[in-house]
Write a protein that binds this ligand. Structure first.
Ligand code: 5GP
Length: 122
């Protein structure tokens, strides 16, 4: 899938849409999810134009990969969920119901998250 430069996270990166920023480094930005599913729900996105986790894993430089995952760790510490625990999740593509076509990791925490959800079976 080609990268859509008008997706909502690209617009956040360009400052066209506001966000509640939690952390930023050379390669990533983290901000609160607009529709939080848990007490802590932060999205970490790379500054580069990557559609999904698959695209990012295949094409990002070592510096981008490192900077991105360092940012995920920083978010856990800044949100004070590193000791209590948190869950990270990335949706890739249709079966995972990825809504925004710019790679992002969700950081969920601040409460007991229960066991990992199993996919619904029809
Ligand atoms: P996905 O299903 O693609 O993994 O998740 C997309 C996430 O982006 C959702 O949790 C949704 O609430 C969040 N989101 C969508 N639009 C915006 C926005 O404009 N600002 C922020 N902060 N989050 C958004």
């Amino acid at each position: 899938m080609a990268y859509d430069p008008n997706n909502v996270f690209a617009r956040i990166l360009r400052g066209e849409i506001p966000c509640k920023k939690v952390f930023e480094n050379d390669h990533a930005v983290a901000f609160d999810d607009i529709n939080p599913q848990t007490r802590v729900h932060v999205l970490v996105i790379p500054k580069g134009a990557y559609v999904s986790s698959d695209d990012f894993a295949a094409k990002a430089s070592d510096a981008e990969l490192a900077g991105f995952f360092r940012a995920v760790g920083e978010v856990g510490r800044l949100m004070k969920v590193d000791a209590s625990g948190y869950r990270i999740l990335a949706n890739h593509g249709r079966d995972a119901h990825q809504e925004v076509p710019h790679f992002h990791i969700h950081v969920f925490g601040g409460e007991n998250l229960g066991r990992m959800n199993k996919p619904p079976r029809d």
